[in-house]
Ligand binder design. Structure first.
Ligand code: GAL
Length: 966
C-alpha cells in the first residue's frame, strides 16, 4: 500500500500560477482610497518541510506567542533563520520538474491587525502582496484565500467580506521551493520570504479597476495624444494641458515630450465615481523604424546598466531611500538606461525612473538557465503545461507597469533557452501593448523580438554586427542591436568599455549596451566584511561571481563606475585636432587655442551646462575661468577659443575643461561635473640626473650619492635617512577575477597561466655587482623554478650626489608565450609612511584599459585609501601616468611616467586573501613602481584585454629617480 499525506501542499509542485488571486491590473502607489500598510513585525515560525505543520495557525485565536518575530518585508534567511544560497545557474536541488525537495524550508507568517478607526464601512478591500519568494498560501481570519507563485510580481486578493474592525488574522505560509523555482533560476542568492510590501487597499464602490494610459508624442507636430482606457468609466483631467476628457476618449494637444534626458511629466487625475487616482503622464512614442529603436523620432543610444535589487543587509527587500539612491547614482554617473535584470523591480523604482529620467527595459521574472546542464531538455518554456504560468508572469508584469513612460521595452526574461512558451508570451505582449518593443536575448534569430540582443559579444563581433556583416536570419539582420549585458564588472574592471563605446558611437545599428551589473550582491557579515557564495556552507555555489557590480555592496562607487561615467559622458570635450594629443611635440603657437565641444545627448541641448577652463602647470591650476559655450543642440559641436595661456615659464602645461551643471537639478547639485576633457600643451620635461658620483666600497656597504647598498648583494638599503627594503624587479599581481577568467572560457586565461608558469614565485639570481667610475651595476636573472623562461635584469645606479637614479633593463630569455602581469620594481618602506602625494593620474585607480577617468593632476591620499576594497581581494589601486610620487620621506620620479601603487601587504598576501578581513596590515608599506601593467579586460564573463593592452615580454628599459624629501 502506498499513500501520501501531503495533499494539502500539492499546490507547491503544481505548474499553475495559483488560485484565488484577482486578475492583474495597473499598480499605483496612492489614491484617495484608504490603504493600510501591513509591513512591520510579524510572528514567524520556520519548518523544515512544506507539510511539517498543519494550517491551524491560520485560525483566529491561534496562540503564536512563542514564535519568533520577523520584519516584513524581509527574507527569513537574512534574519537568523536558515541561510542564503548562491548559485549562478545550477538549481540547488535535483532537476525533476516540477518536483522539489522534501526539505523545503517553509515560513509561517502571522500578523494580527485592526482597521483604522476611519476605515470606511462601505465598499470592498483588496490585499496586495508585491513580492513573495517563491510560493505563498494566504488565509484571512481563517478563510483560505488561495495560493500564488511569481516571486517578483504582485498578487491581489479580494478580502472586503472577511474584514473585521479589530483582530484580523492574516496568515501567510511561504515555501522556499516550488514549481516556480524552476522558472526563477536567476544568477543571484536564493532568498525566501515576503520581501516586498503587504498592503490592504480599501476599494470604494465605483472605484478604479485597471486602466491603461496611452500618451504618445508626434515629433513632427509637437503634439501629444492622450487616451486613458479604463475598466470603470470616469474622467481624465490634466490641468497643465487643459485636458478634461472621458476615459476612452482621446485628445491631442501641444506638449513637451518625455525622454530620459528631459523627463517632463504632467500631473493628472483619473476619477471614477468612487476613486481619484493621481497620474503622472509622460508623452513619448517608441517605434522600430529604419532598423532603429526611435523615441519621438530620434534613435537612442543606451548607456545602461543591469540592475538587480540589492541591499547588503536586507537582500532584495529594498526601502524607498535605497531605490532613490540607485537612481541618483545612475543619473550622476551619466547612465541613461536600466535593464531590470532579471525581474520586474519594486514598482516604486519605476516611478523614480519616470521622474528622474531613465530608459527602462522591464524584464519578466523568468529564467530557466539550469536546464542548459541537460541540453535544455524538459525546459518549461517549451512545454505547454507551463505556458499558463509564463503568460501569467507576462501579464502581471505588463499590467502592473504599463503606465510608466520610462518603460520602453518589455523583456520576456533571461536565459531560458527557446520555446513555444516564450513565443506565446511575446505574442500576448505585442497584442496587449503595441506601443513598446519586445526584447529577449535568448531569441538569437529574433523570431519573437524587435531587436537583436546579445551578451558579452567580443568587440570584433560587435564591430561586424555594426557593419552588418554578422549573418544571421534576415529578420535579425534588419533589426537594431543592443548588448543587453557587457562589461562584466566583477572585481577589478571592467576593461575595454571605452573600446565598446567607440563602436556604439561609430555604427548606427549599435544602440548601446547595459553593463553587467549595477551592484555587488555581497552580504554584510562580521566574519568577512562581505560574504559571497560558499560562505554559508552551501553544497553548490559559485563563489564571488555574485559580486560583479559597479557599486560595492554598500553602494560606494567602484573605479568601474567612475570609468563608465567618463566613457559614456554626454558631452565630448577635445583639444582641437588630434595632434594636440600627441605627447612630446611642440606644435608651436596658435595651435593650442581651441577646444571642440560636442553635445552627445540624444534630446537635451546644453543650456543646463556651464563650462569651466583651467590652465595647469605641473598639475597645478595657475589660472581658471568660465568658458562661454553655445547651448548646442543634440549632435552639434562647436570650436571654442580658449583664453591666451599665461606665461608660466618652464614645466609641463595643459588645459582642463569641465562641463558642470549650471544650476541645481532634481538629481544633481549646481557644479556637479558631467564631463571633462584634458589636453597637453607642453610635454613633461626630461628627468635629468648628472652622473657625477662614483660608487664607493667600504665596511660591507657601497655608497653612491645619498644611497647605501649591501656590498655583497648590491641591494639598496637606504636613500639618505630613509630605509628601503627589498627593492627588486616585480612581475606578479594578485590575479583579478578578469585575469582568472570564467571556468567556461575557452580562451587563454592568463591568471591561471601565470600561476602555472610560476610568475608568483620568481627567484632572483645574483650574477654580478659591478662598480665603475660613474655607476653601480647589479646584474640578475629573474625566473621561476622548473621553467626555462627568465628575465635578465640589470639595475644601473647613478647619482649626482643628491639624487639617485636607477635604470632597469629587462631582457626576456626563453620562449615567453604569455604576457607579464606587471613589470616594475617593488620595495618596502617603514609602516610610518602613511600619506602619499603624487603628480599623475588620479584621483582613482586605473589600468591600461580602464584609464579613461584618470585625470592628470596633483593628488593626495593615505596609503590605506589608495586601495580599492574589492570584495574578493585582488590587484587594485594603481595610479596611471605618475610623473612623481612622495611618501615616507622619499620622492620618486619616473622616466617615463609610471604606474604607482602602495599597500600595507605584499602582492603575495593580497593574492592569498579570500575576503577583505584576511588583509592584515604589516609593519611595512610595499610600494610598486611599474613600467607596465597588463590590461584588465572582462574575461570573468566576456573578452580578455584587447591586444593593444597586452604587456608583452620584450626588451624594456625604464628609470626611477629617488631623493630624500628635505
Ligand atoms: C549572464 C546572466 C547574468 C549573469 C551574468 C554573469 O549570462 O544573464 O544573470 O549571470 O551572465 O555574471
Amino acid at each position: 500500500m502506498s499513500f501520501r499525506t501531503t495533499t494539502a501542499v500539492d499546490y507547491v509542485e503544481d505548474v499553475s500560477p495559483g488560485t484565488g488571486a484577482l486578475p492583474p491590473r495597473a499598480w499605483y502607489a496612492t489614491s484617495d482610497a484608504m490603504a493600510l500598510s501591513l509591513n512591520g513585525d510579524w510572528r514567524f515560525r520556520l519548518s523544515a518541510t512544506a507539510d511539517a505543520e498543519d494550517d491551524s495557525f491560520a485560525d483566529p485565536g491561534f496562540d503564536a506567542g512563542d514564535w519568533a518575530e520577523i520584519a516584513v518585508p524581509g527574507h527569513w534567511v537574512l534574519q537568523g533563520h536558515g541561510s542564503p544560497i548562491y548559485t549562478n545557474h545550477l538549481y540547488p536541488f535535483p532537476v525533476d520538474p516540477p518536483r522539489v525537495p522534501t526539505e523545503n524550508p517553509t515560513g509561517d507568517h502571522l500578523r494580527v491587525f485592526d482597521l483604522p478607526a476611519d476605515w470606511p464601512s462601505d465598499g470592498g478591500a483588496v490585499l496586495r502582496f508585491d513580492g513573495v519568494e517563491s510560493c505563498a498560501r494566504v488565509w484571512l481570519n481563517g478563510t483560505d484565500l488561495g495560493e500564488f507563485k511569481g516571486s517578483r510580481l504582485p498578487h491581489e486578493f479580494a478580502v472586503g467580506h472577511l474584514l473585521k474592525p479589530g483582530g484580523n488574522v492574516l496568515a501567510v505560509r511561504v515555501h522556499q521551493w516550488s514549481a516556480a523555482s524552476y522558472l526563477e533560476d536567476q544568477d543571484q542568492w536564493w532568498l525566501p520570504g515576503i520581501f516586498r510590501d503587504v498592503t490592504l487597499l480599501h476599494r470604494p464602490a465605483g472605484c478604479v479597476l485597471d486602466f491603461f494610459v496611452h500618451a504618445s508624442y508626434d515629433h513632427t507636430s509637437g503634439e501629444g495624444t492622450l487616451k486613458v482606457e479604463s475598466d470603470v468609466d470616469g474622467r481624465v483631467t490634466v490641468p497643465a494641458l487643459d485636458i478634461d476628457v472621458a476615459t476612452g476618449e482621446s485628445v491631442t494637444v501641444p506638449v513637451e515630450p518625455w525622454t530620459a534626458e528631459t523627463p517632463r511629466l504632467y500631473d493628472g487625475v483619473l476619477a471614477s465615481e468612487g476613486e481619484r487616482v493621481p497620474l503622472r503622464i509622460g508623452f513619448r512614442t517608441v517605434v522600430l523604424e529604419d532598423g532603429l529603436i526611435k523615441v519621438n523620432g530620434t534613435p537612442v543610444l543606451f548607456k545602461g546598466v543591469n540592475r538587480h535589487e540589492w541591499h547588503p543587509e536586507k537582500g532584495r527587500a529594498l526601502d524607498p531611500e535605497t531605490m532613490r539612491a540607485d537612481v541618483l547614482l545612475m543619473k550622476r554617473h551619466n547612465i541613461n538606461a536600466v535593464r531590470t535584470s532579471h525581474y520586474p523591480p519594486h514598482p516604486a523604482f519605476l516611478e523614480l525612473c519616470d521622474a528622474y529620467g531613465l530608459w527602462v527595459i522591464d524584464e519578466c521574472d523568468l529564467e530557466t538557465h539550469g536546464f542548459v546542464e541537460q541540453a535544455w531538455r524538459d525546459n518549461p518554456v517549451d512545454d505547454d503545461r507551463w505556458t499558463p504560468a509564463l503568460l501569467d508572469r507576462a501579464a502581471r508584469m505588463v499590467e502592473r507597469d504599463k503606465n510608466h513612460p520610462s518603460v520602453v521595452i518589455w523583456s520576456l526574461g533571461n536565459e531560458a533557452g527557446t520555446g513555444r512558451g516564450l513565443t506565446a508570451m511575446a505574442e500576448w505582449i505585442h497584442g496587449r501593448d503595441a506601443s513598446r518593443l519586445v526584447h529577449y536575448e535568448g531569441d538569437i534569430n529574433c523570431r519573437d523580438t524587435d531587436m537583436y540582443s546579445r551578451m558579452y559579444a567580443f568587440h570584433e563581433e560587435v564591430e561586424r554586427i555594426g557593419r552588418g556583416l554578422d549573418g544571421g536570419t534576415l529578420k535579425s539582420r534588419e533589426l537594431p542591436f543592443i548588448l543587453c549585458e557587457y562589461g562584466h564588472a566583477m572585481g577589478n574592471g571592467p576593461g575595454g568599455i571605452a573600446d565598446y563605446q567607440r563602436l556604439f558611437e561609430r555604427y548606427d545599428r549599435l544602440q548601446g549596451g547595459f553593463i553587467w551589473e549595477w551592484i555587488d550582491h555581497g552580504i554584510k557579515d562580521e566574519r568577512y566584511g562581505f560574504a559571497y557564495g560558499g560562505d554559508f556552507g552551501e553544497e553548490l555555489h559559485d563563489g564571488n561571481f555574485v559580486c560583479d557590480g559597479l557599486l560595492f555592496p554598500d553602494r560606494k562607487p567602484s573605479p568601474g563606475l567612475i570609468e563608465y561615467k567618463k566613457v559614456i559622458e554626454p558631452i565630448r570635450i577635445e583639444g582641437w585636432g588630434s595632434p594636440l594629443l600627441e605627447r612630446g611635440r611642440d606644435l608651436g603657437e596658435g595651435a593650442y587655442g581651441t577646444v571642440r565641444v560636442c553635445n552627445a545627448y540624444d534630446f537635451a541641448d546644453l543650456s543646463a551646462i556651464a563650462f569651466e577652463w583651467a590652465y595647469q602647470v605641473d598639475g597645478e591650476t595657475v589660472e581658471s575661468g568660465m568658458l562661454p559655450v553655445p547651448a548646442l543642440a543634440p549632435g552639434e559641436s562647436a570650436d571654442v577659443k580658449l583664453p591666451e595661456p599665461p606665461d608660466t615659464g618652464s614645466g609641463e602645461t595643459q588645459w582642463t575643461v569641465r562641463a558642470l551643471l549650471a544650476t541645481d537639478t532634481a538629481w544633481g547639485p549646481k557644479g556637479h561635473q558631467v564631463a571633462w576633457g584634458q589636453f597637453p600643451v607642453s610635454a613633461p620635461p626630461p628627468v635629468h640626473v648628472a652622473q657625477r658620483e662614483a660608487p664607493r666600497l667600504g665596511d660591507g656597504r657601497i655608497t653612491l650619492g645619498p644611497a647605501s647598498f649591501d656590498s655583497r648583494t648590491g641591494a639598496l638599503m637606504s636613500v639618505g635617512a630613509v630605509d628601503v627594503a627589498g627593492l627588486r624587479l616585480d612581475v606578479w599581481r594578485a590575479p583579478t577575477d578578469n585575469d582568472d577568467g570564467a571556468p567556461w572560457q575557452p580562451d587563454l586565461r592568463y591568471g591561471l597561466l601565470w600561476r602555472k608558469l610560476g610568475l608568483h614565485r620568481m627567484r632572483h639570481r645574483l650574477d654580478a655587482v659591478e662598480l665603475t667610475g660613474d655607476a653601480l651595476t647589479v646584474r640578475t636573472r629573474v625566473a621561476p623554478a622548473a621553467r626555462q623562461v627568465g628575465l635578465a635584469t640589470v639595475y644601473r645606479w647613478t647619482s649626482d650626489g643628491e639624487r639617485l637614479r636607477v635604470t632597469v633593463s629587462v631582457s626576456p630569455e626563453g620562449d615567453w608565450t604569455v604576457p607579464l602581469p606587471r613589470l616594475g620594481v617593488r620595495f618596502g618602506l617603514s609602516g610610518a609612511a602613511a600619506r602619499v602625494r603624487w603628480f599623475g593620474g588620479g584621483p582613482g585607480e586605473a589600468y591600461p584599459d580602464t584609464r579613461s577617468a584618470s585625470e592628470l593632476g596633483r593628488w593626495e591620499s593615505t596609503v590605506d585609501e589608495l586601495g580599492t576594497p574589492y570584495v574578493r581581494p585582488q590587484e587594485n589601486g594603481a595610479r596611471a601616468d605618475v610623473r612623481w610620487a612622495e611618501l615616507g620621506g622619499l620622492r620618486i620620479e619616473g622616466e617615463p611616467e609610471f604606474w604607482f601603487s602602495a599597500r600595507r601587504w605584499t602582492n603575495e598576501q593580497l593574492d592569498d586573501a579570500r575576503h577583505l578581513t584576511d588583509l592584515v596590515p604589516g609593519e611595512t608599506v610595499w610600494v610598486n613602481l611599474d613600467h607596465g601593467q597588463h590590461g584588465i579586460g572582462s574575461q570573468s564573463c566576456g573578452p580578455g584585454p584587447l591586444p593593444q593592452y597586452f604587456l608583452r615580454a620584450e626588451p624594456t628599459e625604464f628609470s626611477f629617480v629617488f631623493s630624500e624629501i628635505s
